[in-house]
Ligand binder design. Structure first.
Ligand SMILES: Cc1cc2nc3c(=O)[nH]c(=O)nc-3n(C[C@H](O)[C@H](O)[C@H](O)COP(=O)(O)O)c2cc1C
Length: 217
């Protein structure tokens, strides 16, 4: 049994963002105690129970016309009925995001902001990329991790005349893998910390079944 399960929900029209999603998944699976669940936005609406059981959800979409793709937006809207309206089941989960587009900028930041607002509307805790920006000096290169210089999530860039076996480049896939590993490690710390904060009823002076141990200096 893994200690934590992390879902990755993504859309990819032509396969490039799928490569990024697979890299996030492999980053999650590199962390002992963590297990990934990779779902497309087409599959996710049939798997709400499995998403409810995950401790974290990583959202991924191509940037189409300066925002998430219409297919990803449809998943967002479906979650409003299926998750928000039925009791905010994703509240307290961790979240992160990634996006891929044709241009180096391509307005990907707008998409990452959109994903983080989506997580906030669900009451989730956002995990940032956690890498310094790179490829911004005379010694930088396209091979650097985080070559596109994002903080909010993982960015990738795919030349529009290249198939997914060539684009996005390895540096962007390694950046996505880093995000997956970071989300898994952060989620494990969060889940284990939450468990450690819960005392069994026998240790409680009064009240219900569990108490949260509040320690003050
Ligand atoms: C409808 C549409 C809109 C797009 N808009 C943008 C854009 O705003 N910025 C950008 O850099 N690339 C844009 N692109 C290019 C895609 O982001 C790029 O080809 C990406 O790799 C596609 O990912 P996918 O193969 O996972 O669908 C657009 C592509 C399409 C089809």
């Amino acid at each position: 049994m893994p200690d934590t399960r992390i879902a990755i929900v993504y859309h990819s029209g032509y396969g490039h963002t799928r490569r990024q999603a697979e890299a996030v998944t492999s980053g999650v699976d590199r962390v002992a105690g963590a297990e990934s669940l990779l779902l497309t936005v087409e599959q996710a609406p049939h798997r709400w129970d499995e998403l409810a059981a995950a401790d974290a959800i990583v959202f991924g979409t191509p940037t189409y016309v300066a925002g998430a793709s219409a297919a990803f937006k449809a998943f967002q809207e479906a979650s409003s009925n299926a998750v928000m309206s039925t009791g905010y089941g994703w509240q307290g989960k961790l979240a992160a995001g990634f996006t891929n587009s044709g241009s180096r900028s391509g307005d990907k930041l707008a998409t990452l902001i959109q994903l983080s607002l989506f997580a906030a509307q669900h009451g989730m805790h956002w995990v940032s990329l956690g890498l310094p920006p790179a490829n911004h000096s005379s010694t930088g290169s396209e091979d650097d991790l985080n070559r596109l210089g994002f903080w909010l999530g993982a960015g990738a860039q795919s030349n529009v005349d290249e198939e997914p076996d060539l684009a996005p480049p390895e540096s962007d896939l390694l950046t996505a893998e880093h995000l997956g590993r970071r989300v898994a490690e952060t989620t494990l710390a969060f889940v284990r910390g939450r468990l450690a904060a819960i005392e069994p009823v026998a240790d409680r002076p009064r009240g219900g079944e569990f108490s949260i141990r509040m320690e003050t200096k």
